[in-house]
Design a protein around this ligand. Sequence first.
Ligand code: PEP
Ligand code: MG
Length: 757
Amino acid sequence: MLTVLQRIVEAVNQAPDLDSALGLIVQKARAALGSDVCSVYLADHDAQQFILMATEGLNLDENDRVTLAFGEGLISLAAQREEPLNIANATEHPNFKLVESVGEEAYRAMLVAPIIHQRKVLGVLAAQQRKARAFSAEEEAFVVTLAAQLATVIAHAEARGLVSGHYSPWLRNLTGLPGAPGVAIGEAFIGKPAATLGSVVPRRTEFPWREIHKFRKAVLQTRMELRTLAEQVAEYVAEDTLAIFDVYQSLLDASSLGDAVESKIKDGWMAQTAVKMAVEDFVSKFEDLDDSYLRERAVDVRDLGQRILSFLQDKNGSKPNFPDACILIAEEVTASMLAGVPRNKLQGLVSLQGSANSHAAIMARSMGIPAVFGVSQVPLGYLADQHLIVDGYSGEIFVNPPQQLMQEYEILRKEEFELAEMVADHREDEACTLDGIAVSLQINAGMNVEHDQQRLGHYEGIGLYRTEIPFMMRERFPTEKEQYDLYRPVLESTGSLPVVMRTLDVGGDKPLPYFPIHEENPFLGWRGIRMTLDHPEIFLVQVRAMLRANIGLDNLQILLPMITTLDEVDESIRLINQAYFEVRNELLHSQPGAVVNRPKIGVMIEVPALLYQLEAVAKKVDFFSVGTNDLTQYLLAVDRNNSRVAGLYDSFHPALLHALQFIVDRCRELNKPVSICGEMAGDPGGALILVAMGYRSLSMSTHNLDKTRWILRHLDSEIMQTLLGKVMQCTHPDQVRRIVRLKLEALGLGGFVRAGK
Ligand code: PEP
Ligand code: MG
């Protein structure tokens, strides 16, 4: 039975359109069951009826349209009850409805199974037999299993059918999970993962000249690309940074890398293989050099190699042609994909996988790009080059929308810009409520590609610097010097304002390409502090780099991620102290005047177990920072990246709200500073609730800074306390959301939680 099922699902998956998919289903299911009839009815929820879409056995004329109103017949009954019906003589059932036009009178036995996708009844699968008899338990189980498997297939095929405009002049809409607020209008562009040297499988060639020709063409394209890139960024980056493009150009010269690659090709290797070999040779030579500047160039050589490789792998040999208003679409959007689209063209993004809580979504929010995640109903290719509206508030995506809808969204988008300008005009104001409660607003850094300190206005430092991102962008662990070079400008960038640097938090959905961790449950596995404490050599190098970068600035604070036990706190502090004494002693000799200070140390509250150990941990550390992203995930036992359970992941869940209230109250009793650095802090409703609870320090992506400041300046204690009282009585996150939304609307702040002003 299993093989029959698999074959049916596979065949249907390959079908080019919805009609053929449904035709195949009924044909193959009838054959497998040996029944006289097998049919699929699909629900049209707008018209409140079921449509007989495909049948094997009934007389459905091509031009006929057979429908059953919702509530009519056994088809409706199975759908309504959301369970199968197995009836020996359907004609005797009070709900039986005869459809004469298809010659139904002859059939008595009926087995109907609802087809349900994500709790929604899409239709029913029905088998019929002339002879009155109950279908066997095995037959019933088969039809139920088939219907469950086909639900996804039909959901996909339905979307495909709609995209191709077969059933509707335009696709009503696809729905995913809101990932980053805002409205985007543009053309879909399918993003591909970047080429990597590591993925090239060595291959030989019989035609070296052909390969040399390909290579030279790719070099030419790389040169042109570099020239354009240099021109594009010239106005944003410093002169010395631009010099990197000259280095790249000279490396491409025939006397340098070019020569090495061509000689490998002449040895009989294909162009891609030769690039991989020559680049890796160069990289190891550079890495062995004593001069630190030249050693750094290894990274550039590798980057250059990958650029050439991407041209070699591109079948058309052309560089991506981004539409002017580009909506980036990918199976799973990655950081480098995001960075690869010119910022002035990037309007929005859609990631078929992942959810609003993934790090890619956090990055989109930090860049202010409307995003929708977890759009499982549609295969990637079908969105290519389509015109889209992406509503990052509701999670809706409109494909090839009609003019009228387009105009409505244009107006909403214009209003969004106006709102953003209005709040930006007040960015120098302090963040305090109408009755004078001051809230310290800080920024989360490390995830966003761009950094424009000028545009931040009034803020009080970096509340979370995620160090893992630079680790993820490399092909090996960065050295102490490389890390120093990364951290120093970050510490310098805030003047004397504090910078909370979090030690490496890899694992979970942040894998390092050069340090793969294979686990069944990565979020419950070797993540954050658990991994780094097992590798003190990695932890110590990182802390040493931070301490050295802090010399003379003294605004560093160190934050420990994923702390679960007191032992982890002790061990981390022991290592930090060790690094501190090492750096201090080394400096006594090399820079006698330099003062190394021991920074404040804090712990993230993101594992629920910590809630019950606050007192003991508070004795050992200087501050706490609540990571609501992971606290939500672990308190509710919902994988933050799994779109199937994303509906359950909600920071407004009553359990989380009570936990957050408990934390802030407890920290006040313990006299320990606590801030919030999870995404909830930058959510308009979330910030409101948190400040009402008593939090006075919120760290968020730069993009949310202006609006949070604006919202706080329109609130007072009375409004907040009344709201908090209601919210804490709620038993469902949707109730909380509704109460908060109504309050914001009443205060004229509704434009921060939906499209428009
Ligand atoms: C969190 O978990 O809330 C947090 C800030 O850390 P991250 O999102 O990087 O896991
Ligand atoms: Mg976390």
